[in-house]
Design a protein around this ligand. Structure first.
Ligand code: GUN
Length: 291
């Protein structure tokens, strides 16, 4: 039987609608709209597109979105000065520094400079610690969006066996924490995991976040399992064109899984929608503290 396809575009649209309503209510109560400031250093082509999309998406839900473009040659001190200015600006609720940064800038140092309450990416160690100790936290957008997809698909996580393939700080580790917080039994797999295919085939929930095109095959999937594909890989085709594929061999896995996300149109659209949700959440939390 063919799996239910989890429609990330439609669910992201629903999230944006919720945020739009929340922004409107926030404005009525506080007399201002939430503010999201995105910093892009350099000309990394995909980042230029992503950051423009983030600014545009913010404006569409009524958030004050601002993109700060800084030249490739920006020094670390100049970037830290920009972060300090936005940190001190009361109209700014969320600060996002687009990654990757140019090599001469130390990513850890600048991410640490973002106040945890404005860290809408959820990358600051304080937010990482808060998530892992079960406290309110700003949580990285892609894993939080993936969790929402599982919820919208009606997947029961309590007591489920879940595997996260990939151990990055941005996706794999926070995803595992989120699943654990929902009472799943969680395995984190990586490049040194032995018998990954056999292990994966025992799992009720599979989250693929490794960055290897179509690595997860149909015989890795337990019949009826829920499969969330976080990968976005561009593969070259014989005719010289290219195509986007995930970390999951979608065509074959959808014949075995119970529910599955496509690429594109699965996790991808959720990331920006959740960024907007995080910005609203940060604004509300800051308003509570200053009240
Ligand atoms: N670059 C690619 N994805 C992301 C993201 O989620 N946040 C930031 N800051 N940079 C990215």
């Amino acid at each position: 039987m063919s799996a239910r396809i989890i429609d990330g575009k439609a669910i992201a649209e629903k999230v944006r609608g919720e945020v739009k309503e929340g922004v409107s209510a926030f404005q009525s109560t506080h007399g201002r709209v939430p503010g999201l400031d995105v910093i892009l250093v350099g000309e990394h082509a995909p980042s230029v597109v992503y950051t423009r999309n983030k600014e545009k998406a913010a404006l569409e839900v009524g958030i004050r979105g601002r993109l700060h473009r800084m030249p490739e040659a920006t020094t670390q001190a100049e970037l830290l000065a920009m972060v300090a200015a936005l940190s001190a600006d009361e109209s700014v609720d969320g600060i996002l520094i687009q990654l990757p940064l140019p090599k001469h800038i130390d990513e850890r140092t600048v991410l640490l400079a973002i106040p945890p309450e404005k860290d809408v990416d959820g990358f600051h160690p304080i937010n990482v610690g808060r998530l892992s100790t079960g406290q309110d936290a700003l949580v990285p957008c892609t894993p939080l969006g993936s969790l929402r997809l599982l919820d919208e698909a009606g997947v029961n996580l309590k007591g489920a066996n879940a595997i996260v393939i990939g151990r990055s700080n941005i996706v794999g580790k926070p995803m595992a924490q989120l699943l654990l917080s929902r009472d799943a039994t969680v395995t984190i797999a990586h490049s040194r995991t032995s018998n990954l295919a056999g292990l994966c085939a025992t799992m009720d929930v599979v989250i693929a976040a490794v960055g290897r095109a179509e690595m997860v095959k149909a015989d890795w999937i337990k019949p009826g399992a829920a499969v969330i594909d976080v990968g976005i890989n561009r593969i070259e085709l014989a005719d010289g064109k290219s195509r986007l594929v995930g970390d999951v061999a979608f065509a074959e896995c959808k014949e075995v899984a119970g529910a599955i996300t496509p690429v594109p149109g699965g996790v991808g659209p959720m990331t920006i929608a959740i960024l907007l949700q995080n910005t609203l959440m940060a604004a509300k939390a800051r308003a509570r503290v200053s009240a």
